[in-house]
Design a protein. Structure first.
Length: 278
């Protein structure tokens, strides 16, 4: 049985957005009579980037920092995991389970590429109760969500520090300007150069760091939704639900683009208290 495979494709929204942002800013600068050389200051970039990265390193544990750096690739390249393909794959497993029994899926489960689906279906094949499977896999989803949030906070922190570091760079430039008050030409040029650091700080925060954090959160939400789809499918197989009903349930994910269950039911609800007898 064919497994759904994930493929990496360029994220044209990210690439186009960056080109549009930098292109618009550069065009505006030139239309105002400026030159690209006016803002191309290596020292300002060094102050802002070095200071921002250093501040983030102080506030973030190293393992999280390394994970966040590795996740930069998914900002520019999207991992296309087809939910529709996952539904078809699960329906295939459900059909075989209804025909030959769930134990017959042992070979297929071992060959699944997606680690989440592989683990969930393997638990079902091993005869683990559906309620226990839900506990185990929902814990895994929760930990994944927390990991995504931690990685996104790295770039949110950078977006918070960068403008302030830019101000520090501007102040450092003004200190140098104050040394040349006798030469008015040098004063004017020095002030212009000093404020470039502020531009770098604000621009990097609002064009790079904060958008990257939001993109990581969006990617994480998509991955969580796919995992929830897979979990619902495997639980339905374990409970012996007819494949037609499984398709109806899973197609809801494809139609709405979000988890069809109410937010309060995304995790298993607590047992309802027994009603008092009159």
């Amino acid at each position: 049985m064919a497994n759904s495979k994930a493929s990496f494709k360029p994220d044209f929204a990210t690439i186009g957005g960056l080109l549009l942002a930098f292109g618009g800013i550069s065009a505006g600068l030139i239309m105002e009579g400026g030159r690209i050389q006016d803002v191309a200051q290596v020292t300002s970039a060094l102050i802002v980037l070095g200071g921002t990265i250093g501040a983030v390193m102080v506030t973030t544990p190293l393992p999280i920092l390394i994970r966040a750096a590795r996740k930069l690739s998914i900002v520019f390249f999207s991992k296309e995991e087809s939910a529709a393909a996952a539904v078809e794959e699960i329906i295939g497993y459900a059909t075989q389970a209804r025909k030959d029994g769930i134990v017959s899926l042992e070979t297929e489960a071992a060959a699944i590429e997606n680690p989440f689906l592989k683990k969930a279906l393997s638990l079902a094949v091993d005869g683990i109760e559906p309620s226990r499977i839900r506990d185990i896999m929902e814990l895994e989803i929760q930990l994944f969500e927390e990991s995504v949030e931690a990685e996104a906070r790295v770039f949110e922190s950078a977006g918070g520090y960068a403008p302030t570091i830019g101000i520090i760079g501007a102040v450092l430039g003004l200190i140098q300007v104050m040394k040349n008050l006798a030469n008015i030409d040098e004063v004017g040029r020095g002030i212009a150069v000093a404020f470039v650091a502020t531009i770098y700080g604000v621009a990097s925060a609002n064009i790079l760091f904060l958008p990257t954090a939001n993109k990581l959160k969006a990617r994480g939400k998509e991955a969580v939704q796919l995992r929830e789809l897979m979990l619902e499918g495997v639980l339905s197989i374990a409970e012996g639900v007819n494949q037609k009903l499984i398709r109806i349930k899973l197609d809801a994910y494809l139609g709405s683009g979000s988890d069809p269950r109410p937010a309060a039911q995304k995790r298993r609800p607590a047992a309802e208290p027994a009603s008092a007898e009159g």
